[in-house]
Design a protein around this ligand. Sequence first.
Ligand code: SAM
Length: 319
Amino acid sequence: MGNRVVCQTANQFQAQRPNPRSSSSSTRWKSRQGRDSFAREAKVQGLKSRAAFKLLEIDAKYRLFKKGQTVVDLGYAPGSWSQVAVERTKPNGRILGIDIIPAQPPKGVSTIQGNFLSTGVRDEVKRFLSDPDRGRPRQQLFFTHEDTGKTEVHIEEDLSYIDLERHADDPPEGGITSKKRSKKAEDDGGKMVDIILSDMSEPWEQTTGFWKRTLSNPYRMMNTSGIPFKDHAGSMDLCAAALHFAHDTLRIGGHFVCKFYQGVEDKDFEKELRKMFRTVHREKPESSRSESKEAYFVALRRKAHIVEDASTGSSEEEA
Ligand SMILES: C[S@@+](CC[C@H](N)C(=O)[O-])C[C@H]1O[C@@H](n2cnc3c(N)ncnc32)[C@H](O)[C@@H]1O
């Protein structure tokens, strides 16, 4: 089975890989080999990219996932974080991935293609999530911006007639009926997401590797510009959009994981996270390349009664 994911934590995996620091000669070559072993291992495990190990490492430390959760994966392509989320929330979790580029959705993942910085796309995501049952059987949405500014949405149901017949007598997923799910969503004031993941990085025009352009290997753009401030500023805009979305959709007690490129503005963003979440950590996973400024905020357990000030975008106590 091509899509089978055998999730192994980065720590378990780390035990098998060479320690780049232990070598005395050809250090650079060996350390590069060491890092590349994450890519090789991703292939072996049927994961779509080495990025999976960053999330596995974060999850091993903070235990983010539970069965049946709703997870939104921002910047999901090619899809290894979504694969981890599917595996960790199965059998009845729902995973919705959003990406600006087209990509083959991993098994069990619903996807929306669009720019998450656009309000229209974020509204489409909210509409999708507002039905707590939607996305449990896989659906794929293509959100296409035409030159005219018009939007087209196509939905594909993933379950065939035969699948539906086969599962007709199954008990409700995880014992939770659709009625109970709707009631829970109501109780949470319409907030229906348990975890928001964002591994988005501003896409820049690709300059090499054009021969790799396929749907299953969708990198048509680079993830960094190579200009530190540009990468930092772009990433802070993406983080802000993800946090704004969290205000509207994340349950009390829900978690938020967000990639950023370190720079002058990240402290202010961390302050905002601290207002909204019980604990906030900065993480630089082992599998994140050491030469990269990339890091992750892991914000745990959304507090109750914190709302967003519409004019400043800042978090404050509910009046
Ligand atoms: C590093 S990749 C994510 C890798 C992914 N976590 C995985 O495990 O396969 C970053 C992704 O963010 C997406 N992205 C960047 N800006 C975006 C935006 N404004 N809206 C949606 N997706 C965006 C990129 O297209 C890219 O696919």
